[in-house]
Design a binder for this molecule. Structure first.
Ligand SMILES: O=C(O)c1cc(C(=O)O)oc(=O)c1
Length: 311
């Protein structure tokens, strides 16, 4: 029998790390109106089955559990991003958005044959973007002409495109990404290899991509995923993931109006450890070092992108 948290009738991927039970209260006090701009819901599998084409099977992580974490950490709102284990079946996401009472927006995954009616329904539920994933261990590659067709369909709704890729793939994808006319949000800083020099050519290409394309934003999230030498956000550690700090800080300081931050709860596919989400929040002042930068990162920027109407 599988141990830990459940996943309906599904069997979790071997070695799966469940999300952290009982996170600490952050020492860092989030500003009023702070948004956790990257998190997911998984299932519950018994109600919202995982997609047949998925590359992993997680433990369940429900909307109620997400909203309890939001309140515990001191966030006001969430942006829930469709996880690849649900493919293009957005039912769990839409259900979570509806339960949030306007306190969550969503980023969905759609296929090229999505209809205007389906997009309108997603919009009504709170979806404001679509996600294109280029990480090979998570999805099969979708041809770029399909993606271009999706951009044409979502642009009139004022939506944006969230892209997830690894730094080594940016040279090949650079021109395709630069041609997207909507706003573009890069997940997890384009996954830099933090053993490399933050002033070196690989990260410089990412910074150039942001400089040349003023419609591109990025999430300075997932230090727990990118870190190699830690220390980990566990056991009261107040200065976690110092190896990621120079990368994230650089981006926050150069593009203060185009950065977002999210917990990435429930942290799919971590192999090394599961962070204490309270201590993950305590990482934020290492990368946004003034109250003004924190206000933009956590409040002003996500509100401008996801709640432009000011509600
Ligand atoms: O690196 C990952 O494994 C990962 C996976 C997913 C997903 O499966 O949607 O989302 C993320 O933000 C990160």
């Amino acid at each position: 029998m599988a141990h830990g948290k459940t996943t309906g009738d599904f069997e979790k991927t071997p070695g799966w790390l469940d999300w952290y039970e009982g996170p600490s209260k952050p020492t860092f006090r989030l500003p009023a109106g702070a948004v956790d701009a990257h998190c997911h819901v998984f299932g519950p599998g018994a109600e919202f089955p995982y997609a047949p084409e998925r590359k992993y099977t997680p433990c369940d992580a429900s909307a109620e559990e997400l909203f309890a974490l939001r309140d515990h950490l001191g966030f006001d709102r969430n942006v829930i991003v469709q996880a690849t284990c649900h493919g293009a079946d957005n039912r769990a996401l839409v259900d979570a958005l509806r339960r949030s009472e306007g306190r969550a927006r969503g980023v969905a995954t759609v296929r090229r044959d999505v209809t205007e009616e389906q997009l309108a329904e997603l919009h009504e539920a709170g979806v404001r973007g679509v996600r294109f994933n280029f990480v090979k261990r998570l999805v099969d590659r979708v041809p770029t002409d399909s993606l271009e067709e999706i951009v044409e369909k979502i642009a009139p709704l004022g939506w944006h495109v969230v892209i997830y890729f690894e730094a080594a793939d940016l040279p090949d994808l650079y021109d395709f990404f630069s041609a997207i006319k909507t706003d573009v949000v890069v997940d997890h800083m384009g996954r830099p290899d933090v053993t490399k020099d933050p002033d070196g050519p690989e990260f410089e290409l990412f910074l150039r991509f942001m400089r040349e394309n003023p419609n591109v934003w990025t999430k300075v999230s997932c230090p727990e995923r990118l870190s190699v030498t830690g220390p980990r956000a566990l056991d009261g550690e107040q200065h976690a993931y110092t190896d990621v700090v120079p990368f994230a800080r650089r981006v926050v300081e150069e593009f203060p109006d185009r950065v977002l931050w999210g917990t990435d709860w429930p942290h799919p596919n971590l192999k090394d450890h599961m962070p204490d989400d309270g201590l993950l929040v305590d990482y934020i002042p290492q990368i946004a070092t003034t109250a003004e930068l924190q206000q933009r990162l956590l409040v002003d920027n996500p509100h401008r992108l996801y709640w432009p109407e000011g509600a």
